[in-house]
Design a protein around this ligand. Structure first.
Ligand code: NI
Length: 244
């Protein structure tokens, strides 16, 4: 059940049977030569909606913007500063909590969000512990679980990398087949330096935006396999969260 496509009466009815909601969160940032700017939020969104269809849970509108300061050296990338993103997460959770939602299952598409969103959850928990906010349960997982890992290990052995991966580009191609891009990439597998700092440092270390990946291997057929696996992975994770 997509929140954005429901009436308030339908949301009230839903809350009589469940207090869980899925919140897709991603980023607006470069994804290498053939990856879409929206890759991270598109991936989180398509998997979250697939989970919603599979188990009948509520799915909130996608939080498209994330913490992407290190990508600002590439056109089209947008960041929320960590403090901003924390406030966005808090306000979304506390608004929905007012109506009775208690369990917030964030499906994430962007590693750069993890530290900030985790800190936002701690702010929400601290407010509850201090008697200044609702008692809720928030958890965030990446959209790809063990079934997806097995597929990416099979399809992209040793070259999945860490950014603009063939897996996420494939999943976005499956979701948006009208927007598949092709590009020459050199080297074929991108550099995989372990650390980066600000946007200028990132661009110097990873000139075309990729980290350790070979997204020339991506395809919508791979994306379909990954999508189906991700929905099963997230179904397991959501059910476990709701029963915890
Ligand atoms: Ni990504």
């Amino acid at each position: 059940m997509q929140l954005a496509l429901s009436t308030w009466q339908e949301v009230e009815e839903y809350l009589r049977r469940s207090d869980g909601i899925v919140v897709p969160i991603g980023s607006v940032e470069q994804h290498g030569p053939n990856g879409l700017i929206g890759t991270d939020h598109l991936c989180a969104e398509v998997v979250a909606r697939g989970l919603g269809d599979a188990v009948g849970c509520a799915v909130a509108p996608t939080l498209a913007y994330g913490m992407s300061q290190h990508h600002l050296g590439f056109a089209g990338s947008v960041t929320l500063r960590p403090a901003t993103l924390m406030l966005v997460v808090r306000d979304v959770v506390q608004s929905l909590a007012l109506h009775g939602f208690r369990r917030f299952f964030f499906i994430n598409g962007h590693g750069g969000n993890i530290a900030t969103v985790t800190a936002a959850f701690d702010e929400i928990f601290a407010a509850a512990s201090l008697g200044q906010g609702p008692s809720v349960r928030c958890r965030m997982v990446f959209w790809s679980g063990p079934r997806c890992k097995a597929i990416s290990d099979e399809l992209y052995p040793g070259v999945e990398g860490r950014h603009a991966t063939a897996s996420e580009v494939s999943l976005a191609q499956h979701y948006q087949p009208g927007h598949i891009k092709h590009a020459q990439m050199s080297p074929k597998v991108a550099a995989n330096a372990p650390h980066f700092f600000d946007a200028a440092d990132y661009r110097q270390r990873y000139p075309d935006g990729r980290i350790g990946s070979d997204p020339s291997l991506s395809s919508p057929e791979h994306g379909k396999r990954l999508y189906e696996a991700a929905v099963l992975d997230m179904t397991d994770a959501y059910r476990a969260f709701m029963e915890y």
